[in-house]
Design a protein around this ligand. Sequence first.
Ligand code: NAD
Length: 318
Amino acid sequence: TGKVAFIAGVADTTGYGWAIARELANAGATIVVGTWPPVLKMFNMALKKKATDEAKKLDDGSLMEIAKIYPLDAMFDVPEDVPDDVKSNKRYAGVEGYTIEECVEAVKKDYGQVDILVHSLANGPEVTKPLLETSRKGYLAASSASAYSLVSMVQRFGPIMPKGGAVISLSYVAAVRTIPGYGGGMSSAKVRSTHPHLEFKHAPAFCVDSHLLRPKAQLESDTRTLAYEAGRKYGIRVNTISAGPLKSRAASAIGGDGEKTFIERAIDYSVDNAPLDQPLYAEDVGRTALCLLTDLTSAVTGMTMYVDMGLHSMGQSL
Ligand code: NAD
């Protein structure tokens, strides 16, 4: 209660970022979010609609309030990083101050400090290619948006986080295990245009994409190093949640072959093979996030916490 939480990577009500925001709001935190400029308008419009009331509903019946939405493009640290083609892109028109440094400055001006930082974003321009076909540029862009962005955020939010503050990000088990059918099988996948991102040159991010798995491996490794460095420097904790498959908007936008999308297959596989044979809900991840972000876990840092019905622990399917 009374804490300020900044959640990067919220643009609709279905993803992990939203579920985490809702749990934090339920616990009394002030919620501020960072949203990718190309989807900012759409998100603002959706929030005004009655249809989102259900997703906003807190346990006491009141509706979650997002105190402020900051534009944030996690590809850029400082204004000099923004290339001309992005500046002039019509999907960035009228939006300013979206680099990580400018965003942190704005949050600092508005709130003074941030107690909780959530990194719930990933992206890769070659989202549909298997690793064997991924270019250096595509690989590095995925790392930049999905992994370095956490390093940059901890660097810049760290100084405005009080001792005892906490950071989490979202990872995926494919960071440490090969998932057959993910990646390689993606080469023939048709990307359906169900998502507004798709006309844009950065496709939406999703973990089944093989070259995005490298950023997740980086994210988990960086979590340990950041936990040490930011722990010593600021007294804050850094953990990551390795989440099971969720039919988020970004995940659904990746197509499939025939009757099922990749994410639907991943969910079915989990229900068929995980120790707990139930579908995973975003709220499951939200509640664990809440736990990792409160003093209930004040001695826990540098951890990759699996929230996946236990699927990661299996060595063979039935
Ligand atoms: P989501 O669509 O809710 O979240 C992804 C967000 O990243 C979107 O809001 C998008 O606008 C934002 N984004 C993309 N590029 C950005 C950039 N350059 N700057 C700022 N924001 C940017 O989907 P999600 O599946 O809930 O993803 C949230 C996190 O969870 C991601 O890190 C994802 O890899 C991870 N994750 C997802 C699954 C899953 O099955 N959906 C499983 C494990 C981990």
